[in-house]
Design a protein around this ligand. Structure first.
Ligand SMILES: Cc1cc2nc3c(=O)[nH]c(=O)nc-3n(C[C@H](O)[C@H](O)[C@H](O)COP(=O)(O)O)c2cc1C
Length: 479
């Protein structure tokens, strides 16, 4: 597992998964336009290293996680499903039956020890400490022409709950207002917003630290939908097989990953709001301007020669699809602990995580599909699921065309649609009200007599085993 961004980039370079852009390219629209081309090319394109962003001496990296292969490399696995298997094993400990059995479990004990972060004194991210630094020194992108300005798009925002001191890390974009302040776009349902809500109730300033470009496992973890109160660093420690090294900030009471390229220290005041946006969002549409809290910079700490890691969102597929895909695979075993009947689930790129969720289940009782819909609408960030399609276990939810076929043939619109209302994602502009709107579930499972279907359900067309063998033989000779 890579200890920092530099080591990861060197590996990607060796594996020819990194494209270096040596000519000057402007952070004003041009870097985003090149990145968009890469994301739309076959399989997500290469990671991009812009050596000479016009007007800046700090190189820019984009599309770092934008392919299945690079997402796997960042998480140190061959396949994302390998992680699911490991997590499942960790969550289903067997009682050892003898000494040999107990010895076999030792590696798992090591994994648990790795979960806890550790504090170090010297950190690469504090090689240079400047309290008078400004954001104007960083090659922060303006991504799309109608964006309200330049946005830090891949920050890891660290806060502590003002009462319980629980840590939260989230990726929330930050619009640059001037050299010393930015917007803080934590949406109302997110961990950072909750910490700020409590701080406002107490009339207190909330310390905030923003890590840019730490070791490659961490930016993924900041986007992961960890349940409230569960530290994202536990996930990072588990995934990276070692304890994450943290260092105390210089001007605020927080710790940040020692491996970061750049750290912005500062605070958010209670009561302060400022217009944020518009921003070309991962819906592929511009998000409307709205009022959000303001981040005030107190200090920048950084490596001597830092790299600026950022991402570009827009019309899917973009890099964030692969971050979401990792969460899909990693969280499936955890969801199965509550809903063991789930066989698989998928968030297709076009659905931008919450707009379209496909789930296959081992159907056991009448109304089972609707139970799954209701469970999702009540489970963490799955509450945002706007359209949930539930199919039987033999349907491959990773195959969109198969799901479309099954929905068309298995669904009666008057009978199989479940409508409801509740919280929706802040980015849902189709809802009449911000963050509150409609959701739809489609039960595309086979219907049972106990569900009121008294006709005979038709069986799938398929040939006999013997004819299939013969066909395979003839076909291999024809080609
Ligand atoms: C590239 C990218 C940008 C994101 N920007 C935001 C954002 O501006 N505001 C927000 O609330 N969530 C944003 N998210 C989603 C959150 O990072 C995600 O919901 C995360 O789980 C939040 O963590 P939390 O539950 O600890 O708050 C973004 C995700 C990605 C991948």
């Amino acid at each position: 597992m890579h200890s920092d961004l530099n080591a990861f980039l060197a590996d990607l370079d060796r594996a020819k998964l990194l494209a270096r852009v040596a000519e000057p390219v402007s952070p004003d629209l041009e870097i985003a336009a090149v990145t968009d081309r890469a994301c739309k090319s076959n399989g997500g394109g290469p990671a991009l290293l812009f050596d000479r962003p016009t007007g800046f001496s700090i190189p820019v990296v984009t599309n770092l996680y934008g392919s299945v292969e690079r997402m796997c490399l960042a998480l140190g696995v061959r396949r994302l499903d390998d992680l699911a298997a490991e997590i499942d094993e960790l969550m289903t400990p067997q009682m050892p039956e003898g000494v040999m059995d107990a010895l076999k479990m030792l590696p798992m004990v090591g994994r648990l020890r790795d979960l806890m972060p550790k504090t170090v004194k010297d950190a690469p991210c504090q090689e240079v400490v400047r309290r008078d630094a400004t954001l104007d020194e960083l090659p922060i992108l303006k991504c799309w022409p109608e964006d309200g300005g330049r946005f830090i798009t891949f920050p890891l925002v660290f806060t502590k709950h003002p009462e319980s001191a629980e840590r939260n890390i989230g990726t929330y974009r930050m619009q640059v207002y001037d050299g010393r302040s930015t917007g803080m776009h934590w949406q109302r349902h997110k961990g950072g917003a909750q910490h700020h809500r409590v701080a406002e109730r107490l009339g207190k300033r909330l310390d905030v630290a923003v890590a840019l470009g730490p070791e490659p496992v961490l930016p993924y973890c900041a986007t992961a939908p960890m349940p409230e109160g569960l530290d994202e660093l536990l996930l990072a420690g588990f995934l990276s097989h070692r304890r994450i090294e943290m260092v105390k900030c210089v001007t605020v009471n927080l710790e940040v990953p020692a491996s970061s390229q750049i750290v912005l220290e500062g605070y958010v005041d209670p009561g302060e709001r400022r217009r944020e946006g518009p921003f070309g969002d991962h819906t592929g549409l511009y998000s409307q301007p709205d009022d959000f809290p303001v981040f005030h910079l107190t200090c920048i700490t950084q490596r001597k020669n830092p790299i600026y890691l950022t991402t570009v969102v827009g019309i899917p597929p973009m890099e964030d699809y692969y971050l979401g895909l990792a969460s899909e695979r990693i969280f499936l075993p955890m969801i199965r602990k509550t809903l063991p009947e789930i066989v698989d689930m998928h968030f297709p790129a076009e659905g931008i995580f919450h707009n379209l969720v496909l789930v296959s289940i081992d159907k056991r009782y009448p109304g089972h599909a609707r139970k799954i819909m209701n469970a999702f609408w009540g489970l963490g960030q799955l509450m945002f699921s706007k359209t949930i399609v539930v199919v039987d276990k033999e349907v491959d939810v990773q195959d969109l065309s198969q799901v479309a076929w099954i929905v068309g043939t298995h669904m009666d619109p008057l009978r199989d649609i479940q409508m409801t209302k509740g919280p929706v994602d802040d980015l849902d502009d189709a809802a009449d009200l911000p963050a509150y709107g409609g959701k739809m579930g489609i039960d595309a499972t086979r219907k049972w007599a106990s569900e009121g279907y008294t006709r005979t359900w038709p069986t799938r067309v398929s040939t006999t085993e013997a004819a299939g063998r013969k066909a395979a033989d003839i076909w291999s000779r024809l080609r």
